[in-house]
Design a protein around this ligand. Sequence first.
Ligand code: ZN
Length: 104
Amino acid sequence: MGHNPKYRQWTVESWRGFAPTVSDMHRYQWATYAMCQRCALEIDVNLPLLIRTKGRDYSLWGRTTSCRRRFCGGRMWFFTHPHRAEGWFMMEAAKRPVTPPDTA
Ligand SMILES: [Zn+2]
């Protein structure tokens, strides 16, 4: 696959615009997990299961979910590794309108 240097310039906004939905993330095989901000539990995100239960247009960007550990009560944030990126991005909400990056 190799790392095209241009993708190092991409910010979280670029990746959000590139794959706004769970079906996009699944198509590009982005590894994704959720981590609890209270107890640090980490769980893998099953993108095919999310697509089946929430629909192809569901989005994890800007979302949190309740911790899966019994009695924790914390919130889990999502992290993803875009297929052409070198690191992980927290899937924070857009701070301004999303425009897909130039992929040419
Ligand atoms: Zn927790």
